[in-house]
Each structure stands twice: as C-alpha cells, then as structure tokens.
Design a binder for this molecule. Structure first.
Ligand SMILES: *Cc1c(COP(=O)(O)O)cnc(C)c1O
Length: 387
C-alpha cells in the first residue's frame, strides 16, 4: 500500500513557464509584472480595492497589526484555537491578545464570547475562518460598529470561500491570506494583505516598502525617496509571484476537486457518525466553500491517539491541530484568556484532520474511511491517556 500523506502540494503545470519568463526578464525583485498580475487577480476575483502580495500570511498579519495602530495597553480579541501568527503579529506591537472561546459547531470565534470580552482597552477583533468556513460576520461586524473596533480577518485558510455573496478576507477592514505549501493555493511561502478600507491604502504602501515613500516617488507624487514611517520588507520576489500566478489561475479547479473529496469523506463516514462513534462537520453548502480541511471529532484524546497510530500503521497520515494559544507558554506570557474556554479545550483534544489534497484519488478516500470503520469495529483497548 502506497503511503497516503496528510497533504501534498498541487502543481498546476504553468509554474515552470512563468518562472522562465521571470528569468528571461532579468527582473527578480518584488513589485514587478507577476506581482501586479497576482494582485489584479485577487482584486478582481475576490472583490477588494487593494491586494498586496506578502512573503507570508504572517507578514500580512504583521502589516495589519502596524496599520491598526495598537500598542502597549491595547487589547485585541481573537480565538485561542488558531495558529501562533494570529497573536504574534499583535504581540510584536506590544498589544495584548485576549483569547476567547469558539463555537463548538463552527469551530470559529463565538460572537457572544467576543461581546463579553470587550473592555475600554479593546481596539480590534481578529477573526479566523477555521478550515475555510466563514465566521458569523454579521454579528461580529455589528459588534465592531457598536464599539468602534477594527475588524481584521485571518483568512489564511479561506481563499474563495463566500459569506453572503462576499469573499472571505474582503469583509473586514483588512484581510490576510496564506499561500503556504499547506494551503489550497500555494507558492511555498507566501501571502497577501487585502486592504478593504481605503483609509489604509497610503500607509500600507509605505509599510510594505520598508517604511519608505518609494511607491509615491515612482508614481511621481513626491520628488524624494526617503524613510517616512515604520515598515519592513514584506513583499515577495518575482519568482514567488510567478509561481503563485500559475496557481491562482487554477484556484477554482483546485477547490472543486477538494470539495469532491470532502463530500465523499462525509458520505462514507456518515454511518459512523450516526452510530455515535465520531462527529462530523455540517455538509458544505452547494458552492462557495473551499474545503480546506476535512476533520472528524473523536470522543476523547485517548481514542484520537489510538486512531492516529492505527492509521499510521496502515499507511495513512492523519494529524491533530492547534495547541490552544491560551495554554501555550507564550500565550500565557503575552496574552490572557477571557474566562474558561471549554469548547477550545475539547476540540483541541478530539479533532483529527484526514488526508485531503487535489492529487488524492477517490479510492484513497475510500481506503482511509474503510480503515477508520475497521478501527471502530475491531475491539481495541484505548491506551491510557496521559495529559
Ligand atoms: C497558515 C496560517 C497562518 C500562517 O500563514 P503563513 O503564510 O505560513 O505565514 C496564519 N493563520 C492561520 C489561521 C493559518 O492557518
């Protein structure tokens, strides 16, 4: 049996030709022809006035944190069930992440928990669209308006998912995408900042270009090119942008294949869920979600550990996900939890992600599901769990 990895990068086929174009152009630094092509694609396909390529989603989050103007004493509300970069970006500005619980069904930040965590020091809310599934944006936007808070979307996993006709990442003031190799659309490392609020256009250009007014200079708007603000080197080179463009051209097809595998998984595992062995996510809506992750929920951490081992012995790589940030050493040092986070704790110890990538075959999905069924059929003694 050939190993079924958890994920495998999809290559669209045009990457090499586009990389060759960059080599022929002998113009390798950032903000070149392919960067502009990618940015135009993102602006048109997602519907945002300004997209900026970055070298990672982490970089896009850092730009968002600088633009938000937060500093020491300011609080930023976010889920605990997320990747470290969501919080790190704001910690780097000296602000305090306030971690709140998720909704146990959507696995996304719970608007009721946000409301309860708002204090006079709250400046921004960062939502994370887990698995590419949309947060309750109407409720969260209402809270932002009511309390005068900035809304930032960590849409790292969410490219092309729609919420009420709008693409994720384009709804908040700022949105951040990832093109890391583990995401749906990739460039190895890569990301984008979506600047949806025009108030940030000008400063975003300066921060992107190392704190200089280089852009305004090249556009003939100023006659000197100089240091005007804080910033960093957040833009990727043209080779990365060329690779990414080849992927963006196929983004919809990539998501479509993923949706097919996702639906097949759900169909094949439904009997186990109906028998009470596992929990499944709600079915995907007809279109408009990107099927970034297929996960199941086990009754407890002990059974999850056993299933991971059982599948590994049968050549299937299944993996759990985040250690909640509120319980991580740096999370405790730099942030604080708002009350108890029971759903975050439970999901973190029982969620299991199954292999899902465009190059996977339907028979591989069938194989994974049959192994999971066998696991629950054969009598096994769950190993004693220590945590
Ligand atoms: C992947 C991911 C990131 C980080 O993306 P990079 O491009 O690797 O910096 C941030 N937040 C979430 C929710 C992610 O899934």
């Amino acid at each position: 049996m050939e190993k079924i990895p958890f994920g495998k990068p999809h290559i669209s086929g045009s990457e090499l030709a586009y990389l060759q174009q960059v080599l022929d152009s002998a113009s390798l630094s950032g903000d070149g022809a392919f960067t502009r092509k990618c940015q135009a694609w993102l602006e048109n396909q997602l519907g945002t006035p300004k997209a900026m390529l970055t070298h990672s989603c982490t970089a896009a989050l850092e730009m968002a944190a600088i633009l938000s103007g937060v500093g020491p004493g300011d609080e930023v509300i976010m889920p605990s069930f997320t990747f470290v970069s969501t919080a790190n970006a704001f910690v780097l500005r000296g602000a305090t992440p306030v971690f709140v619980d998720i909704d146990p069904h959507s696995l996304n930040i719970d608007p009721h928990e946000i409301r309860a965590a708002i204090t006079p020091r709250t400046r921004a809310i960062v939502v994370v669209h887990y698995a590419g599934h949309p947060c309750d944006m109407d409720a969260i936007q209402a809270l932002c308006q009511q309390h005068g808070l900035l809304l930032i979307e960590d849409a790292a996993q969410a490219i092309l998912t729609e919420y009420k006709g709008k693409k994720l990442g384009t709804i908040g003031d700022l949105g951040c995408l990832s093109f890391h190799e583990t995401k749906n659309v990739i460039s190895g490392e890569g990301g984008a900042l979506l600047v949806n609020n025009p108030a940030f256009f000008e400063r975003a250009d300066v921060i992107w270009q190392k704190g200089t007014n280089r852009k305004a200079f090249f556009e003939g708007l100023v006659d000197k090119y100089t240091w005007v603000d804080v910033g960093s080197s957040y833009l990727p080179g043209e080779l990365i942008a060329a690779f990414l463009y080849a992927q963006l051209e196929q983004a919809e097809q990539i998501n479509q294949v993923r949706r097919g595998h996702w639906a097949l998984y759900r169909q094949l595992l439904l009997p186990l869920a109906q028998a009470g062995y596992i929990e499944l996510a709600e079915p995907l809506p007809a279109a408009g979600e990107n099927a970034h992750i297929f996960h199941i929920m086990l009754p407890d951490a002990g059974q999850r550990t056993c299933l991971i081992q059982y599948l590994a012995q049968r050549a299937v790589s299944a993996v759990f996900h985040y250690i909640p940030l509120h319980s991580a050493p740096a999370g405790r040092q730099f942030g604080r939890a708002h009350g108890d986070l029971p759903h975050t704790d439970r999901v973190a110890s029982s969620l299991l992600r199954l292999p899902l990538f465009p190059g996977m075959s339907a028979s591989q999905v069938h194989y994974v599901c049959s192994q999971i069924s066998q696991f629950f059929q054969c009598k096994h003694d769950p190993a004693p769990h220590s945590s």
